[in-house]
Design a protein around this ligand. Structure first.
Ligand SMILES: Cc1cc2nc3c(=O)[nH]c(=O)nc-3n(C[C@H](O)[C@H](O)[C@H](O)COP(=O)(O)OP(=O)(O)OC[C@H]3O[C@@H](n4cnc5c(N)ncnc54)[C@H](O)[C@@H]3O)c2cc1C
Length: 441
């Protein structure tokens, strides 16, 4: 069994891996963590932005916790090279760390639209804590914020920007908002909802440059109608942090290609989270899912395997859930599968929308939206996720859902989906009550 574990990246995947190694190992090993940033959760940054949590609450492990776990840390340092022949990782200060096995969990970084002025003052990304500090320091009540990009991450911070009293305009180059999360029908309903809530939305709008004019930013749009902003947030995508692996033996496609144990092409090198191209639960093909649940599950699986267990991963489910101005919007699994049989229903006045995608009598994907105040929206979000995740056979309930795609609950209960899902745990063993750790594991 490997005695010296090296974890590169202290985000969600890295933290879950370290915790799981300690839970699962039979003999105490050494763990070394190299991380460019102190461990924190990016997913809670929207709550830091709207000031509902203090900055100290974004961190996932203090120095004390890491010391209690017996982890040797190199924080604020970057891995710059991995020699998989000698099992040595080199850091940006020249330190060489030897390992028996290692985990690549270096996540992703925000990418800005390639236009002149994109790196100028007053133009921000929102991916790291430092960037969140920059945005928080600039938004004042009445500020005009222009968000470039209308993807999932942009939508996670939309409520926070509004709660700071800012005026918000969203600019999206694609013909619709949330292009990688929901379909045309859903996007049109969400856009109308946002506009009713005072958010200006421009789709099919191409930004060509950003200039500074008297301390403000002027955004030049290809079709005219330039915008003037106090703060610009570029939510224009992310890129995996893998350039440092150039020249290593590790096979990279969109991300680090991993097998069903999350091992890379080099058997003692694992990858997890945003950087890993692992199995998708529905298609059973490899994909990069840059989402929190995948990073958590990957981290758990890798941690167990590093600790000497033999845990196979069934694959990760795409889960996108966001709430904007009290409208819940979610999609699961293969929501955009053009070959699937689909059924849908719209109640434009609520607004409410359900789209169900089928392979045979199993749900393989779903889109759902509706007001958060409608209890059935919130319930259906959870039940649809459960039906897609379990892959349960719906039999005659398929015909029922075809007639009424809003009536999810009877199908969910009759097929005993809860009792199918409840015993399933990621490590294939029953969960243990909280002991030393604050949560059940
Ligand atoms: C504002 C915001 C909201 C989000 N909301 C959601 C949400 O609601 N739902 C959801 O599913 N997902 C959400 N996400 C995405 C989610 O946070 C990521 O998918 C998740 O953090 C990925 O975890 P990870 O461990 O792979 O990478 P990260 O959490 O990004 O951690 C990577 C770590 O590696 C370090 N690192 C990078 N390069 C190096 C290097 N060369 N050497 C050493 N260390 C390095 C980084 O500093 C970082 O500590 C959100 C993200 C943001 C920014």
């Amino acid at each position: 069994m490997a005695r010296r574990h090296l974890i590169i990246g202290g985000g969600t995947a890295g933290m879950n891996a370290m915790r799981t190694i300690r839970e699962e190992e039979t003999e105490r090993s050494t763990i070394t963590l190299v991380s460019a940033e102190k461990p924190y959760s990016r997913m809670v940054l929207p709550y830091y932005l709207d000031r509902s949590i203090a900055e100290s609450h974004v961190f996932t492990a203090t120095a004390r916790v890491l010391a209690d776990w017996g982890v040797t840390t190199h924080l604020g340092k970057r891995a710059t090279a991995l020699d998989t022949k000698t099992n040595v990782c080199t850091l940006d200060d020249g330190t060489a760390v030897e390992y028996d096995d290692c985990l690549i969990a270096t996540g992703s970084s925000a990418v800005r639209a390639p236009v002149p002025g994109a790196d100028g003052p007053g133009v921000h990304s929102f991916w790291t804590l430092e960037q969140a500090r920059g945005v928080l320091g600039q938004i004042r009540p009445g500020s005009h914020v222009v968000m470039v990009g209308a993807g999932f991450i942009a939508f996670t911070i939309l409520n926070s920007i509004l709660s700071l009293g800012a005026k918000l305009t969203i600019v999206e180059v694609a013909p619709r908002i949330l292009p990688r999360m929901i379909d045309d029908t859903g996007a049109a309903l969400v856009q109308t909802w946002l506009e009713k809530n005072g958010v200006a939305v421009r789709t099919g709008a191409k930004l060509t440059r950003i200039d500074e004019v008297k301390g403000r930013r002027r955004l030049k749009m290809a079709a005219g109608g330039d915008l003037v902003a106090d703060v610009v947030i570029m939510a224009t995508g992310i890129r995996t942090n893998l350039a440092w692996l150039n020249g290593s033996e590790v096979k990279i496609n969109q991300g680090v290609v991993v097998d069903d144990h999350l091992r890379s092409s080099v058997p003692n090198v694992y990858a997890a989270g945003d950087v890993a191209e692992g199995r998708d639960l529905i298609s059973q093909t490899n994909a990069v899912h840059a989402i929190e649940p995948t990073a958590q599950e990957h981290g758990r699986i890798v941690g167990a395997n590093m600790a000497g267990k033999d845990v196979r991963y069934r694959g990760s489910l795409i889960i996108n859930i966001v709430e904007v101005c009290h409208l819940d919007v979610a999609s699961f699994g293969a929501w955009d599968d053009a070959k699937a049989e689909t059924m849908s229903g719209v109640k434009a006045d609520r607004p409410a929308y359900r789209k169900l995608l089928w392979r045979g009598d199993r749900l393989t994907g779903a889109i759902i939206l509706g007001p958060s105040t409608d209890i059935w929206t919130t319930n259906d979000v959870g039940m649809l996720k459960g039906l897609v995740q379990s892959g349960i056979s719906l039999g005659a309930w398929k015909a029922h859902l075809k007639k009424n795609p809003f009536d999810i609950k009877p199908a969910f209960i009759a097929t005993k989906t809860t009792s199918t899902l409840l015993p399933e745990t990621i490590l294939g063993r029953p969960s243990k009550a909280p002991g030393e750790s604050p949560v059940a594991v």
